[in-house]
Ligand binder design. Structure first.
Ligand code: PAF
Length: 279
């Protein structure tokens, strides 16, 4: 695997592949890679001729500066994981390479980006769209891979691609969980042993709510999840919403959609964790 730092070098490398009609997979990441990322890279390696994995902690998507500072940076183990998965290139640009000047573009995908994370992390999705559109432009991939754990992000990126008429395929990959149910996240590294134990109630509640939902209304299911998290030690619920998986708008009855998704954000100590489940 080759490590590349500039867009110019990356494009020089990719040129022969592109002109040879080869399929290029892109996996955008912020590093601190885990098995969830590995599943995206593995999928890209099997679908495409070459795979570019970007590692860039994107400052414009952090509305909380201390979150940006505390974001784990683990380049050595990241590059070992990428080698093992068979990635062709790691693209690791500096901030000035991606933002030689401030990005003043404003993306508005309302109402997709105004609910849930959009409400609690103002500007977050604007920053995500800024960096992802720059990466798409630099790599011009055939396909790009994103995890379903960031369910809202995936929906917004699909919408961006549709509205900008970009000719690439967005591939969503299922959440990867630890054996005990905890959704893999780079932020899990910041949990103490006790906090990690507390965090298990998040996925446990979501799985239980899926069984509960079979015989209860949408409102009862929302209350079930809220109560369960409120009563769990060490957790603070930010939101739980039952939404249509395409529009991300809240549903009020099960018949409102064929594709209901429950999206949750919970603080476990200082660490903000997200998860979701399909009903
Ligand atoms: O999901 C992430 O890790 C980031 O939001 C992404 C897509 C790499 C953009 O910085």
């Amino acid at each position: 695997m080759k490590i590349i730092h500039t867009i110019k070098d990356l494009q020089m490398e990719l040129l022969p592949f592109r002109s040879g009609g080869k399929k290029i997979g892109l996996v955008p990441t912020m590093g601190a890679l885990h098995h969830g990322h590995a599943s995206l890279v593995n999928r890209s390696v099997s679908d495409n001729d070459i795979t570019v994995v970007s590692i860039f902690v994107n400052p414009t998507q952090f509305n909380d500066k201390s979150d940006l500072e505390k974001y784990p940076r683990t380049f050595d183990s990241d590059s070992r994981l990428l080698e093992a998965c068979g990635a062709t290139y790691a693209f690791v640009p500096a901030v000035l390479e991606m933002y030689p000047e401030p990005d003043t573009r404003h993306f508005d995908f309302a109402p997709l980006d105004t609910v849930m994370e959009g409400q609690f992390r103002p500007g977050h999705f604007n920053g995500v769209c800024q960096i992802v559109s720059k990466l798409f432009d630099a790599v011009k991939p055939t396909r790009a891979y994103f995890g379903e754990k960031d369910f809202q992000q995936l929906a917004i990126i699909r919408e961006m691609v549709r509205r900008m008429n970009l000719s690439l395929e967005i591939v969503g990959c299922p959440i990867v969980r630890e054996e005990d149910g905890l959704a893999l996240s780079s932020r899990n590294a910041r949990l103490s042993v006790r906090e990690r134990d507390n965090a298990l109630m998040i996925s446990k509640t979501l799985f239980e709510s899926r069984a509960f939902a079979k015989t209860h209304t949408v409102m009862e299911t929302v209350l079930f999840v809220q109560d369960s998290i409120h009563n769990a030690p060490g957790l603070r619920l930010e939101y739980f919403e039952l939404v249509d998986g395409d529009t991300l708008q809240p549903i009020s009855q099960w018949s409102d959609t064929e594709y209901a998704v429950g999206c949750i954000t919970v603080f476990c100590g200082e660490v903000r964790l997200i998860d979701n489940i399909k009903y």
